[in-house]
Design a protein around this ligand. Structure first.
Ligand SMILES: *Cc1c(COP(=O)(O)O)cnc(C)c1O
Length: 389
């Protein structure tokens, strides 16, 4: 007999009863400092009053009606996202992979609608992650994601991240667009050089390609701006968002400029749950909190304090830690010891973090952390490093 639950994950033997802000209360009775936030999802912390209120209010009114009827809550959230980004229109779905799937379909549809259906190929980057649907694993192109799921969806080419000459060389008459994470998240918090991203934008302009940013992990305040592209003085044509958009309520969004969005005509795409009133109300509450005056300044400030403290630890334990990477509160500690060992040691000292590729421990604290919690984490990290040194 196999377990009733599919064995596709390998969870730690720890569960939680409750969350309060930056803390999780375990079934072992311990209080843990949450420095992974459900993988960059609960960015406003657990049980944020505005999020709880939005869920309660909407749940008492209406959960779901499907897109056969007008859903006013969609228009409200779409307008807020349009007002706060480069985008002209937004499509709502339920997860990151779906948001990317929509963006990838938009790239094909744009060229098909403009009389060039032969242009359908998309360039992606080594070590990237875009979700687990057949098209998104093809876009990422990592062997470990594709293993056993062949043949790979056609139309995706891959080059090393950061190599503009390789991108140029990969462009053919069939190329339609480029998909990139401005900071490769799952792949080990690899920050793309801003000059590289600007060069990719210029290349797209010269070649008439669409540029899609996957901001599922970097977006919604993680880097100290609402979206990471704001650090770069360029804008993508398409952008996916999910993770922190719902602070734990499943919701995704695909944002696009007018020329692309207008190709997605009636019947071209859709989702039963997508944009339901509950998801919209929760995400609206999240956007409202994050766009309040001073919110992002506070994130940038606390991130500066965290970064400075972490760099101190990296310097003191050169046999355990190699370097600190990242922007804002989207951080990674590249380890010299096995990353899983550091995660275990941190857990023992009451701090929860997440694994990433390239032997990195990801630090994704909620954006609402306070100085005292930063200090608490740094103390736990010192103790963990002491033990592993
Ligand atoms: C998490 C993530 C996804 C996939 O999101 P799901 O909600 O798990 O489908 C896609 N791209 C990036 C960059 C991510 O971090």
């Amino acid at each position: 007999m196999i377990p009733a639950l599919l064995s596709n994950y390998a969870p730690a033997d720890l569960s939680f009863e409750k969350g309060e802000g930056a803390y999780l209360i375990g079934n072992d009775g311990r209080r843990y400092l949450d420095f992974y936030a459900g993988i960059a999802v609960t960015s406003l912390g657990h049980s944020h009053p505005k999020v709880v209120e939005a869920i309660k209010d909407q749940a008492e009114k209406l959960l779901h009606v499907a897109n056969l009827y007008t859903i006013p809550e969609q228009k409200i959230l779409a307008q807020k996202l349009v007002d706060n980004t480069f985008a002209d229109a937004v499509y709502f779905c339920n997860s990151g992979a779906e948001a990317n799937e929509c963006g990838l379909k938009m790239i094909r549809k744009y060229f098909s609608a403009n009389g060039q259906p032969e242009r359908f190929r998309v360039i992606g980057f080594n070590d990237s992650f875009h979700g687990r649907t057949l098209a998104t694993i093809a876009a990422a192109g990592q062997d470990k994601l594709l293993e056993g799921f062949g043949p790979m969806v056609d139309g995706y080419d891959h080059v090393p991240a950061g190599d503009i000459e390789a991108v140029k060389a990969a462009i053919t008459p069939e190329t339609a667009g480029i998909i990139i994470e401005p900071i490769i998240g799952e792949g080990g918090i690899q920050v793309m050089d801003p000059d590289f991203l600007r060069a990719v934008r210029s290349l797209c302009d010269e070649e008439g390609l669409l540029l899609m940013f996957d901001e599922i992990q970097t977006g919604m305040g993680r880097t100290g701006k609402l979206f990471a592209y704001e650090h770069l003085d360029i804008t993508p044509d398409i952008m996916s968002s999910a993770k922190a958009l719902g602070n734990g309520f499943p919701v995704g969004a695909c944002l696009a400029v007018e020329k692309v969005a207008k190709c997605m005509t009636v019947g071209s795409h859709g989702s039963t749950y997508g944009g339901n009133p509950l998801a919209m109300s929760v995400a609206t509450a999240v956007v409202d909190v994050m766009t309040e005056d001073g919110f992002m300044d506070r994130v940038a400030r606390i991130a500066g304090h965290l970064k400075q403290s972490l760099n101190g630890v990296v310097d003191r334990y050169p046999t355990v830690l190699e370097e600190l990477r990242g922007v804002g509160l989207h951080l990674g500690l590249k380890c010299k010891v096995e990353n899983g060992a550091l995660i275990k040691a941190l857990e023992k000292h009451g701090a929860l973090t997440a694994k990433a590729g390239d032997n990195v421990v990801r630090l994704l604290p909620p954006l609402i952390i306070e100085e005292q919690q930063v200090n608490e984490f740094v103390e736990a990290l010192e103790k963990a490093c002491e033990e592993l040194a």
